[in-house]
Write a protein that binds this ligand. Structure first.
Ligand code: HMG
Ligand code: MG
Length: 300
């Protein structure tokens, strides 16, 4: 029979991955209220914002204000691509920082203007220093399955990149299907290898739902021993530098699936939908997730 955990941790990435691709600037107060409502629904780990170049990602230009005023959760994570981002994040009080690198060189160059090797070389001393400062470090591994420019990525290439981060002492690997192309067998295979290779770090799966396979991929990853998932309320999201990337798997649909399997997340779907209702008028695309539709129709 299926091997399922009793408890899963959801890392809500809506305020960061969810909004970074939005062309219209969402007001800081709206983002803060969204974060507050997400926390109220039971979220304990969340990516709040990114300290990235405002020229590259204008939507995240209020990162400092977000960190100063957000209703923080137990693990409030911010992204930072380089020394400048990390310095700004620490000045703003961040205690959990996510760095990000793509397995695919081409994607990495489009995303952070460096090759994968250049990025990791630049990040190595930064990560060592963060660990000295007792900061929680999450390494986000993009294009772990497929790259929009290079195609299929080899499992060994992904494992090797993760190994370099683990050797630097990161606390968590968040491994991503950036453009939502992985299938459940590929998800099971990669996460089984990752779980076996890196038993001492937290392992998180990050699925975008471009081809509507994310729930199936999550179910397959549960079988591989993964019990942490990045998800975005309302299914928002996508990386501006990954052609064809659409939203993350929707938190409300993942929590509903896990509820129905008697796997606890500590998150209340109805309250989560109230957070989605807050952000919905401020994003450019309609929110069409299964549970939000039921909520809108008064069915939950
Ligand atoms: P660059 O142009 O090579 O940077 O960009 P630079 O070092 O030459 O600096 C250029 C200018 O940016 C300078 O300002 C710097 O001070 C400034 P100027 O002198 O021209 O006025 N700058 C910064 N400002 C604020 N914060 C910073 C920062 N760094 C430099 N941290 C850079 C390189 C990395 C900065 C740029 O490419 C960048 O910001 N990229 C971010 C891209 C991004 O946010 N992508 C989305 C997140 S990753 C993702 O979504 C994937 C994930 O969800 C997993 C998955 O699904 O795959 C995690
Ligand atoms: Mg993403």
């Amino acid at each position: 029979m299926f091997s399922l955990p009793k408890k899963v941790t959801i890392i809500e990435v809506g305020p960061r991955d969810g909004l970074q691709n939005e062309k219209n600037q969402v007001e800081t107060d709206v983002k803060l209220e969204f974060i507050h409502l997400l926390k109220k629904s039971g979220v304990t780990e969340m990516e709040l914002t990114s300290f990235v170049s405002p020229k590259w990602v204008p939507q995240m230009k209020d990162a400092k204000e977000i960190m100063e005023h957000a209703d923080l959760v137990e693990r409030s994570i911010v992204l930072a691509p380089n020394a400048k981002g990390v310095a700004l994040a620490q000045e703003a009080g961040a205690k959990s920082i996510a760095v990000f690198v793509g397995v695919s060189n081409t994607f990495n160059q489009k995303n952070i203007n460096r090759t994968t090797d250049e990025s990791i070389e630049a990040l190595a001393p930064i990560i060592l220093k963060l660990k000295e400062d007792d900061v929680y470090v999450r390494a986000c591994i993009s294009t772990a399955f497929y790259c929009p420019y290079e195609g299929k990525i080899g499992i060994d290439d992904c494992i090797e990149l993760c190994r370099r981060f683990v050797a630097l002492g990161v606390d968590e690997l968040s491994v991503a299907d950036t453009i939502g192309m992985a299938n459940p067998v590929e998800s099971y295979e990669l996460f089984t290898r990752l779980r076996q290779s890196f038993p001492s770090v937290l392992l998180t799966a990050h699925f975008h739902d471009t081809r509507k396979m994310a729930l199936a991929n999550i179910f397959a990853s549960l079988q591989a021993g993964v019990d942490r998932f990045d998800t975005a309320a309302g299914g928002l999201g996508g990386c501006p530098f990954a052609d064809g990337a659409t939203g993350n798997v929707a938190t409300e649909d993942v929590v509903n699936m896990l509820d129905s399997l008697a796997i606890s997340t500590g998150i209340d779907v109805k309250q989560l939908c109230e957070a989605v209702e807050k952000i919905a008028p401020h994003v450019s695309r309609p929110i069409e997730t299964g549970m939000y539709r039921l909520f809108e129709n008064g069915r939950i």
